[in-house]
Design a protein around this ligand. Structure first.
Ligand SMILES: *Cc1c(COP(=O)(O)O)cnc(C)c1O
Length: 450
């Protein structure tokens, strides 16, 4: 009998996070201030505590996971590694398909892997309140859950259009005790100014970031938390890959290829980076970030210094970007609509240590439905991107007869995204190939550096 579900015991939750910086051929490029000079810890200290900044800047290969964090991880970790035998059969592929299922967390995705340690690190730094922004609500709900675990008040600025259209993510945040405001709000100067000019403003992630950062910068007891992109977030997510490696070893396997959806890069880094250390030591393993053709940051963007947000509030980061004023179309994988990408993922892509592929929206839902019908679990629209790319490789294996071992990250379930599936079934979804002229227009606005 083929083993299809590979579990670990609670005491096998990793004791350390893996920091890829220690194994990068070149040191990461620093964030820059408006003057073009590297941003120091003093400036970042306005919105992040020292405990978080220490991890953000660290070059240590292994960073111990605090006992309190491992204790909280036990609520849902270790997560299962599952062999998709039914999908393999449906595809008729000689490839072996494994997936790591992060949808078993209380919020239904990988995001609490970083929300929990961020809440803890703020707590031990004496911080009482956290602010953040959320679009569709996946990060907001994760931080609400984590804040509640560690007795930290959480205030969330939720993009107004999502606040109105996705009431259940908001209810989740409120269940875990967070305050949620539709952004732009009356709570900040940024919000009030925008509403004074444009009372009907529907909000954007850029505006919500500005509101959350403004509030954190204006109060000594309050800091800001970010759900992706930054080094410490990617670090926290490596529990995914570290567990997966142990689970594969239990059945004597090692992957030929690994796939994960890539928005800001955190779940991709989480599953892929622990394998990059082996690659540096000579192992053959291909690491593939999967993005939408409508927001093709790695595959069609440029590698340049750009702002992390739409309004130019954040430091400049060297990353693959489509331009900070790039407006991605309203596709249904909300978590993949970021104009940039994590600086660590970007640098490793630039140095050709990882790969990227873009897939169109309709094909991702088609893959998500096929996966659900074979394996039962309904993937989040973001996760469907990894399902698609992995299925495509499995189909190639069928043509060539290669029995490759494939692994993908099922970053979350789609239970809060069924409206998107409805629209897919109703034939209302379209494919968007972002026009080159639009990308070029945004890229023309990149900030000048040096
Ligand atoms: C947020 C999210 C993503 C994209 O974010 P990354 O930082 O790139 O991981 C992918 N999948 C799910 C389920 C998400 O919630």
């Amino acid at each position: 009998m083929t083993i299809t579900r590979i579990n670990l015991e609670e005491n096998e939750i990793p004791t350390h996070w893996y920091n890829v910086v220690a194994d990068m051929p070149n040191p990461p490029l620093p964030p820059l201030g408006p003057d073009g000079k590297p941003v120091g810890p003093e400036q970042m200290g306005v919105i992040f505590p020292d405990t978080v900044l220490e991890q953000e800047m660290s070059g240590e290969r292994w960073i111990a996971i605090p006992e309190e964090v491992r204790e909280a991880y036990r609520i849902w970790r270790p997560t299962p590694l599952i062999r998709a035998v039914r999908l393999e059969k449906a595809l008729g592929t000689p490839a072996k398909i494994y997936y790591k299922y992060e949808g078993v967390s209380p919020t239904g995705s990988h995001k609490p892997n970083s929300a929990i340690p961020q809440a803890y690190l703020n707590k031990i730094a004496g911080i009482k309140r956290l602010t953040t922004e959320t679009g569709a609500g996946q990060w907001g709900s994760s931080l609400a859950f984590a804040g509640q675990m560690f007795g930290i008040d959480v205030r969330i600025y939720m993009v107004k259009i999502s606040y109105q259209q996705k009431p259940f993510r908001r209810s989740m945040m409120q269940t875990w005790g967070a305050e949620v405001f539709a952004s732009p709000s009356q709570m900040t100067k940024t919000g009030r100014d925008i509403l004074a000019r444009d009372p009907e403003n529907q909000g954007s992630l850029g505006i919500a970031i500005s509101e959350a950062v403004e509030e954190a910068a204006s109060r000594a007891d309050t800091k800001y938390a970010l759900g992706s992109v930054l080094n410490h977030v990617l670090l926290h997510q490596t529990v995914i890959g570290l567990e997966a490696k142990k689970q594969l070893a239990k059945v004597g396997e090692y992957p030929d290829m690994i796939f994960a959806p890539c928005g800001g890069g955190s779940n991709f880094a989480g599953i892929a980076f622990p394998f990059l250390a082996d690659k540096a030591a000579g192992k053959q393993v291909r690491l593939v970030a999967v993005e939408p053709t409508s927001c093709p940051t790695l595959t069609r963007g440029v590698y340049a210094y750009d702002y992390g947000d739409a309004t130019g509030f954040t430091p400049l980061m060297k990353m693959y970007t489509l331009g900070h004023d790039f407006m991605p179309p309203g596709i249904h994988a909300g978590g993949l609509r970021y104009h940039g990408d994590s600086p660590l993922v970007s640098q490793l892509f630039h140095e050709k240590l990882i790969e990227a592929v873009a897939v169109p929206q309709l094909a991702t839902f088609e893959a998500g439905v096929a996966f659900s019908r074979a394996e039962g679990i309904i993937p989040a629209p973001e996760s469907c991107h990894a399902v698609r790319a992995c299925m495509d490789e499995a189909i190639r294996c069928k043509e060539t007869g290669e029995p490759k071992t494939l692994l993908f990250n099922l970053s979350g379930h789609g239970h809060f995204d069924m409206a998107s599936y409805d629209r897919y079934f109703a034939g209302e979804l379209e494919d968007f190939d972002y026009p080159s002229e639009a990308v070029e227009a945004s890229l023309a606005h990149l900030p000048k550096v040096g």
